[in-house]
Design a protein around this ligand. Structure first.
Ligand code: ATP
Ligand code: IP8
Length: 245
């Protein structure tokens, strides 16, 4: 089995509030199906998550303002999840959405539910979400990257794929520096810049999550989700992406 993180930068247009990219998701699912193995999907928030979370001050203490924000962001993330679910079901995949807020963001409970649904022959789809931290009276965010790390610990997949809108991990932000170099393997010299709207740490956090997952014994691929055929070309000589073992 494998895990795949559909980055918000691929499944949405990050700068345009609630802009979903159904064709991109459809093309990715076609490639995932070809693998002919059980898998778990985790998707990020993109423009359904980060824009309003930032605007309303989430993560943060419970206030009149963040209460409204919690409601809006959760509504939008469930909406995005429904769209991903529709794309899966239209392709004949028996997906089931698992919203982390229903488990108060408890990573172990979420991964237990994911595992149970897999055992029942379904394809679980969980996602970055808001959740209530009852103890500290705060609203928090669990990112797709936090979820995928915990799922890798529990489910011990052979491979984990992160799909974003660039070819992999570069030595600098490739959208800003035209001479940025793609790192075929991850080293410690890479520099990461967060885009303005991202509330969960962007590529910097992703790179450290990727290393943590590889330490569990999985092979991690960071690939361009806009060229999804690469999902099935990881062994080829002309493969483009970052691989971490
Ligand atoms: P989400 O958290 O919404 O799911 P995502 O998983 O698709 O998002 P981002 O956090 O948006 O991923 O990270 C991808 C972006 O990181 C790219 O669009 C790129 O511009 C930026 N970036 C910054 N530094 C780097 C780097 N060194 N290598 C690769 N991308 C980088
Ligand atoms: O996009 C964050 O998940 P991510 C989701 O995977 C929200 O970092 C609600 C902003």
């Amino acid at each position: 089995m494998f895990l795949v993180k559909l980055g918000g930068s691929v499944i949405t247009i990050k700068g345009r509030y609630r802009f979903y990219r159904p064709k991109a998701v459809h093309e990715i699912i076609k490639e995932l199906k070809k693998k002919n193995e059980p898998f778990v999907v985790v998707h990020g928030g993109g423009s359904f998550g980060h824009i309003k979370a930032k605007e309303y001050g989430i993560p943060g203490e419970i206030t009149e303002r963040t209460k409204m924000g919690y409601s809006v962001v959760h509504r939008d993330m469930v909406d995005l999840n429904q769209r991903v679910m529709n794309s899966l079901i239209e392709s004949g995949i028996r997906g089931v959405g698992i919203p982390p807020s229903m488990f108060n963001g408890d990573l172990q409970e979420i991964s237990k539910s994911v595992g149970d649904h897999m055992d029942a022959g379904l394809f679980p789809v969980t996602f970055g979400d808001v959740y209530l931290n009852q103890k500290e009276k705060r609203f928090e965010i669990v990112s797709g990257d936090d979820l995928i790390l915990e799922l890798a610990r529990k489910l011990k997949p052979s491979d984990v794929y992160f799909l974003t809108d660039v070819d992999g991990i570069y030595d600098r932000n490739p959208k800003k520096y035209r001479d940025a170099v793609l790192l075929r393997q991850l080293n410690d010299t890479a520099k990461f810049e967060n885009i303005g709207t991202d509330v969960t740490g962007g590529m910097l956090k992703k790179a450290s999550t990727v290393k943590d997952i590889a330490k569990l014994g999985c092979t991690v691929y960071v690939l361009n989700g806009n060229v999804p055929s690469r999902l099935n070309r990881t062994e080829s000589k002309d493969f483009i992406g970052t691989v971490v073992k």
